[in-house]
Design a protein around this ligand. Structure first.
Ligand SMILES: [Zn+2]
Length: 306
């Protein structure tokens, strides 16, 4: 049985008195339970992207109708960023580390979101990466380039680690993503303890790695299971609540290998829909927690009710 609670957590800046003009910052946290584990989706903020970055490689004739369906006619996308926290048996496990301070001004709020639920970076026991893109990895170092989660083990899929640490990647990835390669290598090298895992490994009790390659060469999702209760942390294998669901087989400009990304997305959609498994998508709205439901001409995202 899955319980959910959607909470809005307000917090004042430290040391500020409440006045009519004091901005009240709000962090959203969405929670559910898988067996005895508590799963919380924490907001790291959002990204600001040109719409063409995602939509340009898609079939252009059918696109306007679908964009209108989702109210996406503008030039800019503002996807949320949802970091998953799993709390179980004394562990505080983070899936991805957010953007940190040096990617986009609208993101990098994870530490504040943790603070709002009474945790500090020192409380994190494991950081598990879906992949090495900036909005998932760059938050792992602090302002002094030391590991932010000082007491944590860091884990990443072996294929993904090898890709970003390969000196050839920066030359092969394309000019628009060259900074991703430099930034990923620098951060992964700065982590003194970086453990790797393979597809199918039980990386932590009740957490299995599921290869979902394509968005990046070694992208991983994570199946959290206790008894009949399960949840899939899909990362960016399902990258949005609109076209990824309506046309999962279409190529997305967000995927580094578009054919493999589409194949993975279709497979994941079929499985999540048929098993009605709860999912958390990193860039999906409302905390990104919900279900995949088959629709007439594709699928739809159904957020968990609070
Ligand atoms: Zn992302």
């Amino acid at each position: 049985m899955t319980l959910t609670r959607r909470t809005l957590l307000g917090r004042l800046g430290a040391g500020l008195a409440l006045t009519a003009t004091t901005p009240l910052r709000l962090w959203s946290a969405t929670e559910t339970n898988i067996g005895a584990a508590r799963i919380t989706s924490l907001s790291d903020g959002h990204l600001v992207l040109p719409a063409g970055f995602m939509f340009d490689p898609m079939p252009q004739a059918e696109l306007p109708l679908l964009l209108a369906r989702y109210g996406l006619e503008g030039d800019t996308l503002r996807p949320d960023c949802n970091v998953t926290l799993m709390q179980s048996e004394g562990r505080n496990i983070l899936f991805d580390a957010g953007s940190g301070a040096s990617f986009q001004d609208s993101a990098g709020e994870l530490v504040d979101a943790l603070d709002a639920i009474g945790l500090t970076p020192d409380d994190i026991t494991e950081v598990v990466f879906t992949h090495g893109h900036p909005d998932h990895l760059w938050g792992v170092l602090d302002d002094f380039d030391d590991p932010l989660f000082a007491n944590a083990r860091h884990l990443i899929g072996r294929v993904e680690r090898d890709y970003w640490l390969d000196p050839a990647t920066v030359d092969q990835i394309g000019a628009d993503r060259a900074s991703f390669a430099v930034g990923a290598a620098r951060r992964l090298e700065a982590l003194e303890t970086l453990e790797t895992f393979e597809d199918g490994d039980e990386i932590l009790p009740g957490v299995a790695a599921v290869a979902t390659f394509g968005h990046t060469p070694g992208h991983m999702s994570f199946e959290i299971r206790e008894g009949g209760d399960a949840l899939m942390v899909v990362g960016d294998a399902i990258g949005n609540h609109h076209l990824a669901f309506a046309r999962p087989h279409w190529p997305s400009g967000a995927d580094q290998n578009r054919a493999m990304g589409a194949e993975t997305r279709v497979r994941l959609m079929q499985r999540l829909a048929s098993e009605r498994m709860t999912m958390i998508g990193y860039h999906l709205p409302e905390g990104g927690m919900g279900h995949v439901e088959a629709a007439e001409d594709g699928y739809r995202f159904v957020p968990l009710e609070g």
